[in-house]
Design a protein around this ligand. Structure first.
Ligand code: WTA
Length: 683
């Protein structure tokens, strides 16, 4: 199996050999209650019926004004969906459920400390809090439609409340993953041009109370260095009236939100009716350059797409207790903790902490106590839970009807543990392949209609027409056992609109490689390149192999090799750096850094430690490398390109292939000895 990440750059045509896995059929009990058990759906969503088929998703929403054009392709690849339509995302996720469900739990929040009580927000209570905070954003912070606001929040109820409050007024929210550093947050503030930062005082993780407000101070400082002025810092307190942080509040800049809310108690902020094409949020994501890109998502198409996929793939009914064990700071959380489930009036569970705190039974105690029946998480979490407590699920009396895996390829062995042990053989699994850019699922099975295959994501979703191309643009057909670049031939409502402030990069990154005619306004000439290697089996199921560009997925988190390298280079002794992905049993991949030093500098443990510390400071602790090798030189092509692939092969104890064309082939053996000792794996 090829590994993801930088070791396979431009090598998409990998022969793939693996055993075909068995097909597992959904239980009758699941089919009997499924939201989508009508096989005609594939007929309705076939190409002849595109794009009008997506009306079926859009009709799940409440529109203030119905759209006139389903898809406008006049300015490719800047597609417009549901043109002329008007709606509000916050209204769709909250207000419209009040009549039927006002006393039903919308969000159940589980603090990490097990003895601390849960917080249950009914739809009525969520409505109250969203309205009140919207008034803080509007009347206190002075924000209005089209402005950006940055959130740097962990998994606390304030996060979905803040998102829905912004969406209510058409303020574009930009949530930065809570585990990212102050510096990373500052860059996203600068790029999105936001002047208000919403944060909190502290939160619990792994049994520790972490100080979040400290980060905010640093963020403001770093943003200033980048020329961005953060005018207001709004601080949610975990316990009103009790301040958990050591950082002093800066007069005229920092405000406690619980104080500000007093003025707005019980007051309402009318939802602003938005054009379907007005942006809803930005989500920054790593790509192949050092600069993360702001994926800009639209209101109408995005919400329609997450509502449709939540309903038909996750099988969410209003009676379900749905738990997506992911972080809202990632696209998975935006689409499948907040917008998708709430648009369907589900009860969505949020957990503050880590999977194994205080022990391996924790997730299953939560599931049992709340009666969770839909469970959604990432392979890295599944592997962790399997390793720490493979018999643990048996001890608890919970029953799932469906489960999802997302974010990385899942090994068939791990899939089977998920199916037989976590799901007790009763729950279907959907393996959903998609990206920050896609807004929602691209490939998956429709669980009542298609059997599961361990390790495969299934077919294209209804209305999604994937294709695999080789590097030369030739289609690799199903059943050939060859991998290539997976693309989606058509636009879909959930696709991002553009890269915030950089439309050229949007075109270059996703369309330049396979666009058939840049002057064409026919969508068929504009396949969208996902950046993943994939292979399609004879039966049409796609198996996703991982990134083929310079992106590493670490425990499901997406990091750019360039970002890691730039962070390494902030260590003054370092001259050049290369980041590669090392395969890891639990986290999928972890970064490893190879770096050369400036002339005259002697390698030392201190320098290597400095590199680790700088990466944590620049990007956040999740990006910390497993190892830093200070090497005499990096292997390069004659044109000076660093051969990350060779370094990745060394770290992963694989054959590094032909190196005779390198400018400095001898360095490879020197590095290999440093890393592996004298065992000769390449021979
Ligand atoms: C990977 C996460 C295999 C893939 C939603 C993609 C997957 C990247 C799967 C996007 C899956 C996501 N099987 N690989 N089911 N789902 N990926 O933007 O490499 O954080 O390109 O979005 O995750 O990561 P992102």
């Amino acid at each position: 199996m090829p590994t993801a990440g930088s070791d396979s750059t431009s090598e998409t045509e990998i022969g793939v050999y693996w055993k075909e896995e068995e097909l597992i059929h959904p239980p009758t009990r699941f089919i009997a209650q499924a939201n989508m058990a009508d096989p005609n759906i594939f007929e309705r969503f076939k190409e002849e019926n595109f794009p009008e088929c997506f009306k079926e998703y859009a009709d799940l929403l409440s529109w203030d004004r119905y759209w006139s054009t389903t898809l406008d392709t006049s300015n490719p690849p800047f597609w417009k969906w549901f043109v002329g339509g008007k709606l509000n995302a916050s209204y769709n996720c909250v207000d419209r459920h009040l009549r039927k469900y006002k006393n039903k739990a919308a969000i159940i929040w589980i603090p990490e400390q097990e003895d601390e009580p849960d917080q249950v927000l009914t739809y009525q209570e969520l409505h109250n809090r969203v309205n009140e905070f919207a008034l803080v954003l509007r009347d206190f912070a002075g924000l209005k439609k089209g402005d950006r606001v940055t959130f740097h929040l962990p998994m606390i109820p304030a996060l979905p409340i803040s998102m829905l409050a912004a969406a209510r007024l058409g303020i574009i929210h930009n949530q930065v993953f809570g585990g990212f550093s102050a510096k990373a947050c500052a860059e996203r503030i600068q790029d999105s041009e936001s002047h208000v930062l919403v944060t909190c005082d502290g939160y619990c993780r792994n049994g520790q109370l972490l100080d979040k407000k400290m980060d905010a101070d640093l963020t403001v400082e770093e943003a200033k260095k980048l020329g961005s002025d953060v005018k207001k810092v709004l601080v949610w307190r975990r316990y009103p009236d009790k301040y958990l942080s050591k950082s002093p509040m800066v007069a005229g800049r920092d405000y406690f939100i619980d104080d500000l809310l007093k003025e707005f108690r019980g007051k309402r902020a009318e939802p602003v009716s938005m054009d379907a094409e007005d942006p809803l949020f930005l989500m920054y994501s790593s790509g192949s350059t050092g600069r993360p890109k702001g994926c800009q998502h639209r209101t109408g198409g995005y919400l329609a797409y997450v509502a449709g996929t939540s309903k038909y793939v996750q099988d969410i009914h209003p009676e379900d207790v749905y738990w997506c064990f992911a972080d809202i700071g990632w696209i998975t959380g935006h689409s499948y903790i907040v917008y998708g489930p709430l648009s369907l009036a589900a009860t969505t569970v949020m957990y503050e902490g880590v999977p194994l705190f205080p022990d391996a039974g924790r997730p299953w105690r939560i599931a049992e106590r709340l009666g969770v029946d839909i469970f959604h998480t990432a392979p890295t979490t599944i592997r962790m839970m399997r390793k720490a407590g493979s018999n643990e699920p048996k001890k608890y009396n919970y029953h799932f009807k469906c489960m999802t895996t997302v974010g990385e390829p899942i090994e068939p062995e791990v899939w089977r543990w998920y199916y037989y042990v976590v799901g007790k053989g009763e729950a279907i699994i959907t393996d959903t392949w998609w990206l920050t850019e896609s807004g929602g699922f691209l490939c998956s099975t429709l669980p009542a209609l298609q059997p599961m295959k361990p390790g495969s994501a299934g077919t294209g979703m209804p209305g999604i027409y994937p294709v695999i191309y080789d590097d030369g643009g030739k289609e690799i057909r199903r059943g050939q056992g060859r991998a290539g670049n997976i693309c989606i031939r058509n636009p879909w409502p959930g696709i991002m609109q553009t890269i915030w402030g950089d439309p050229e990069r949007f075109v270059r990154q996703y369309y330049s490689k396979y666009c058939m005619n840049p002057n064409s306004t026919n969508w068929k000439d504009w396949p969208w390149m996902a950046g993943d290697g994939a292979v399609q089996a004879e039966d049409g199921y796609y198996r996703i192999l991982g990134r083929i560009d310079d992106v590493i997925k670490v425990a499901g988190h997406r990091l750019g090799t360039k970002e890691l390298e730039n962070a390494s280079l902030t260590t003054p002794e370092i001259s050049e750096a290369a980041a590669i992905a090392l395969t890891d049993e639990l986290r999928g991949h972890v970064p490893v850094i190879y770096a050369s030093l400036k002339p005259g500098i002697i390698p030392s443990k201190e320098i290597a430690e400095k590199v680790v510390a700088n990466i944590a400071k620049e990007l956040g602790p999740i990006a910390k490398p497993r190892a830093v090798y200070l090497v005499p030189d990096l292997p390069k092509t004659r044109s000076g390109k660093i051969m990350r692939r060779v370094l990745a092969s060394i770290s992963n104890s694989k054959d590094y292939g032909d190196i005779t064309t390198l400018a400095n082939p001898d360095i490879v053996e020197t590095i290999r000895k440093m890393v592996q000792g004298d065992k000769a794996v390449n021979k």
